[in-house]
Design a protein. Structure first.
Length: 388
């Protein structure tokens, strides 16, 4: 029997890589719903190619464009945020949650509440609402399978039955394009330079986050919610080749690592098939051709974001949502050339300090609390960005 699959964020980098894996295994998967936002032409083309039952754009103004593009195909069409949530709630075997940003939180929670297994790429579900999100998943008996290459690697190395013997979970970071660039020139970094990741081909937001290493910070926060570890057990190191995707160190001295060429189709295939395996046609790893793999500590002066993320985890409650919202605003301001590259992470840190001074870091009891923390983070970040 084929697996029914819904993809939230189908037109994005993760969505397209997912469809590429599905393309190789048309007998294994049946596409139920495809959800996107602005790229209606791609959404319609994919809905046709994969014979989706439903295609949804989050933008109500694009309904007619999508409807026209799918005329005569029999694919059902819908638009708007409520339609996105309904698509996420259709009963399927798996939902790939790959909408970018905090916009992905509500649809993914809707998928959880419908009892759908979540293949989680969207970071904000865990960064902004980790405790709430995982508690709902546990309550609904829903598995959350990480797609991000680091967490997917950890999943493959983390022996849950031996969790008490795990000493450290070590995430690897490529170091992005500015690992060796002279520090004094970092404030001149342009969006074009920051958008050129040395190893990975990803969406714009996550690429900038990789250049500041905020992405690693967000991943440390995600790992904390996905695995039974303390903040002291979490570590990150630089590994410029992006071949070792993460490591788990055990009390007996063993260190398990997962390796592979940097191609998201591998962790996507792992998530789609877990705990089984699905063949892909990604380039095979040739260690002798690579010659060497190198590792180095993160220079905190150059890259303050991972430390800030661990501090944010220790602050707990709404701090994650505030950090995430402030970072989204700061990245957008940088891309709009309104903020220097070197001001992105300090601005996020200042937002957290301002929120703390106001006594606004509090436990998250509901989605409304997440929304309020997100709104506060954005507001404070905009005010500070304007003054920067
Ligand atoms: P992209 O920017 O490439 O794609 C984002 C997707 O989300 C698009 O399909 C976009 O639609 C859709 N979208 C945007 N806003 C909405 C909305 N309001 N409602 C519904 N759909 C919306 O992002 P990525 O694929 O790179 O990343 C997706 C998520 O996965 C992010 O959270 C990212 O951090 C995470 N991630 C990505 C990795 C990667 O390698 N790319 C690795 C690990 C995690 P449209 O294009 O039609 O506007």
């Amino acid at each position: 029997m084929s697996k029914r699959l819904t993809i939230l964020g189908a037109t994005g980098s993760i969505g397209q890589s997912t469809l590429d894996v599905v393309r190789q295994h048309r007998d294994v998967f049946r596409v139920e719903a495809l959800v996107a936002n602005a790229n209606v032409a791609q959404l319609a083309a994919d809905a046709r190619e994969f014979g989706a039952r439903l295609a949804v754009t989050a933008d109500p103004d694009r309904y007619h464009e999508l409807k026209d593009a799918l005329a005569g195909t029999g694919v059902e069409v819908a638009a708007g945020p409520q339609a996105v949530k309904e698509a996420a709630s259709c009963p399927v075997d798996q939902v790939m949650a790959a909408i970018v940003g905090v916009a992905g939180l509500e649809p993914t929670l809707a998928a959880v509440e419908a009892g759908n297994t979540i293949l989680l790429a969207n970071k904000e579900c865990l960064v902004s609402a980790g405790e709430l999100f995982m508690a709902r998943a546990r309550k609904c008996g829903v598995a959350v399978v990480p797609v991000d290459s680091e967490h997917n690697a950890i999943m493959q190395c983390f022996e849950r039955d031996n969790a008490a013997s795990i000493e450290k979970v070590i995430l690897t970071a490529s170091g992005g394009p500015f690992r060796t660039r002279p520090m004094e020139t970092l404030e001149d970094v342009t969006p074009e330079e920051a958008l050129k990741h040395p190893n990975w081909d990803m969406g714009a937001k996550v690429t900038i986050d990789s250049a500041t290493l905020m992405n690693k910070g967000l991943e440390l926060m995600e790992a904390y919610h996905l695995y039974p570890v303390t903040t002291e057990q979490l570590d990150a190191i630089i590994h410029p080749q992006s071949i070792v995707h993460s490591l788990v160190a055990y009390a007996d001295g063993s260190v398990l690592a997962q390796l592979g060429t940097p191609d998201m189709r591998t962790p996507i295939a792992v998530a789609l098939a877990w705990p089984e395996r699905l063949p892909t046609n990604v380039a095979r790893l040739d260690l002798t051709a690579l010659g060497q793999l190198t590792f180095e500590p993160i220079n905190e002066a150059r890259f303050p974001a991972p430390k800030l993320a661990l501090e944010t985890l220790r602050r707990g409650g709404s701090a994650g949502a505030i950090l995430n919202a402030a970072n989204e605003v700061a990245v957008a301001a940088f891309l709009a050339r309104k903020l220097k590259f070197t001001d992105i992470v300090p601005l996020v840190a200042r937002v957290l300090e301002a929120a703390e001074r106001r006594g606004a870091i509090a436990p998250l009891g509901s989605l409304d609390d997440v929304r309020a923390a997100d709104a506060l983070g954005r507001k404070l970040a905009r005010e500070l960005a304007e003054g920067a």
